[in-house]
Design a protein around this ligand. Structure first.
Ligand code: NDP
Length: 485
């Protein structure tokens, strides 16, 4: 005992709680990382539910979405009996006073030390400040060691101004080390492996710079459209939905300098240096540095304006102005309704300085490319040239392939939320975004958003669902004499 916590979810009747949070807690419990007696869960929402109906709803989510099946692991009843539903209005101070009493009674009943609360904000983002202010004014944020902790879901603000406002409200009641801003990409094993790959191997780091790298491409593609999230997506679009957070976070991990140790401060300090070094793109430059697309049929989606100019696809070329990366272009690409759901990073190395083979072999020599596959088919692939067997001299590119599922026993890698929830409970903020990271990311993205909304925006390019984006995306990179890898 001693590590026990009460996990309080605001917006507990929603999709995230049912599909991600509680299934992740279930899997953690089943694998022995989180004994059921170490956690109690309180769901806060307006929907008319009682403890039993709430638990039933959550069980459906566990059955459908948990990595570990309920047939394999029989611990659900042990978790379920520690789940309580608290019905209340987010803007009603009385509901928080009742919550406080409820938490006190749970502490007493389940022998949990006082004040060890984790407040998880899984409501629509416009409610975050209301909930934080009410937590503060009801006295629920009184500090007890490193508790309470507060978890904020994406999106963190809609622009720099709103992100600063939200940070200010948070800092009224919480110290930075109590705040966990989620970017669930950072919870993926393959994303954490970027650090091990780069800093746990000697052979890659010497070539990981402008002397050897021609360009780096990052793709986050989704096969699905916006589903039922038109309200959110119409306001966000691809830049705010994918670039400001996931893509820039991936970029920092791929490009940062080696941290001096594995502490959260060292790692996050290095990430911040990269965010500070990204060359800004002024609104008037968006035509030269970006592509903006929308999938055919987006305007007919439920909840979308028939004249919507929201981009569901984007390409962004950027530079990092530091010693290591000066002059190397980074091409970031993301979209919805693309060919398949996939996230990967491709590092294309410079060509050999001199081709010693006869002229006719010139075209047979390909660039070395390193593929870091984040999902699916998680793994690392390296392309290099070999001689084809036979009497004649012929050269072919081949791929050396490491795939997680072939080498390790996992069939399905742990869900990002499992790792993140465990880190929150253990008080390790390394995989969460610090306030300065968030603000620097918005500082970079805001002018591009402004550019896309202004007269000098690149025209909206339409693309068919199931494709790799509009033709303009290929033309864009071709203008630099390159192609998508
Ligand atoms: P939901 O739309 O399912 O909302 C969660 C709950 O918020 C609802 O059940 C509802 O509960 C409450 N709520 C309060 N006001 C409103 C309102 N005006 N409209 C809709 N619901 C309201 O959201 P998700 O669970 O999908 O997401 C929660 C948060 O997590 C959001 O900020 C989202 O951006 C973020 N997120 C979600 C992901 C996901 O996979 N679902 C992934 C990444 C981030 P009640 O009415 O009972 O109070």
């Amino acid at each position: 005992m001693g590590e026990r916590v009460i996990f309080v979810i605001f917006g507990a009747s929603g999709d995230l709680t049912k599909r991600k949070l509680v299934p992740a807690i279930f899997s953690l419990t089943c694998e022995g990382f989180l004994p059921p007696e170490d956690i109690a869960i309180v769901g806060f929402a307006r929907t008319d539910l009682d403890n039993d109906s709430f638990r039933r709803e959550l069980f459906k989510g566990v059955e459908n979405y948990s990595r570990i099946s309920t047939a394999q692991c029989r611990l659900w009843p042990n978790i379920s009996e520690r789940i309580v539903y608290h019905r209340g209005d987010y803007g009603d101070i009385k509901a928080y006073e009742e919550l406080k009493n409820l938490l006190n009674s749970i502490e007493e009943k389940l022998d949990i030390p006082g004040g060890r609360y984790i407040f998880y904000l899984a409501t629509p983002p416009d409610l975050y400040s209301t909930v934080i202010e009410h937590l503060g004014s009801s006295g629920l944020t009184r500090k007890m060691g490193s508790f309470p902790r507060i978890v904020i879901e994406k999106p963190f603000g809609y622009n720099l101004k709103s992100a600063i406002e939200l940070n200010n409200i948070l800092h009224k009641y919480f110290r930075e080390e109590q705040i966990y801003r989620i970017d669930h990409y950072l919870g993926k094993d393959t994303v954490q492996d970027l650090l091990v790959f780069r800093f746990g191997n000697a052979i890659f780091e010497p070539v990981w710079n402008r002397n050897y790298v021609d360009n780096i491409q990052m793709t986050v593609a989704e096969s699905e459209g916006i589903g039922t999230r038109a309200g959110y997506y119409e306001k966000a679009g691809v830049l705010k939905d994918m670039f400001q957070n996931h893509l820039l976070q991936l970029l920092t991990l791929v490009t940062m300098e080696p941290p001096i140790d594995f502490s959260e401060k060292s790692i996050r300090d290095e990430k911040v240096k990269i965010l500070r070094a990204i060359r800004s793109i002024e609104p008037s430059q968006s035509y030269n540095y970006t592509v903006r697309g929308q999938y055919a049929g987006y305007r007919e989606e439920r909840g979308v304006s028939p004249h919507s100019n929201t981009a569901t696809f984007g390409v962004l070329k950027l530079y990092i102005d530091n010693w290591r990366w000066q002059g190397v272009p980074f091409y970031l690409r993301s979209g919805k309704r693309m060919k398949e759901k996939m996230t990967y990073i491709a590092v294309r190395f410079k060509d050999v300085p001199h081709i010693m083979f006869p002229y006719k072999f010139r075209d047979q020599i390909s660039s070395n490319i390193l593929y870091l596959w984040i999902q699916p088919n998680e793994g690392i692939r390296l392309q290099f040239n070999v001689k084809r067997p036979g009497m004649e001299m012929n050269i072919s590119p081949v791929i050396m392939d490491f795939t997680y599922s072939d080498v390790f026993e996992y069939k399905v890698l742990p869900d990002a939320y499992e790792r993140l929830i465990l880190d929150i409970i253990n008080g390790d903020p390394t995989l969460f975004t610090r306030n300065d990271e968030i603000e620097l990311a918005w500082r970079f993205i805001d002018p591009i958003v402004e550019g896309w909304e202004g007269k000098e925006s690149p025209p909206l390019a339409f693309y068919e669902g199931g494709s790799l984006g509009p033709k303009e995306s290929d033309d864009f990179i071709l203008r630099d004499g390159r192609n998508w890898l």
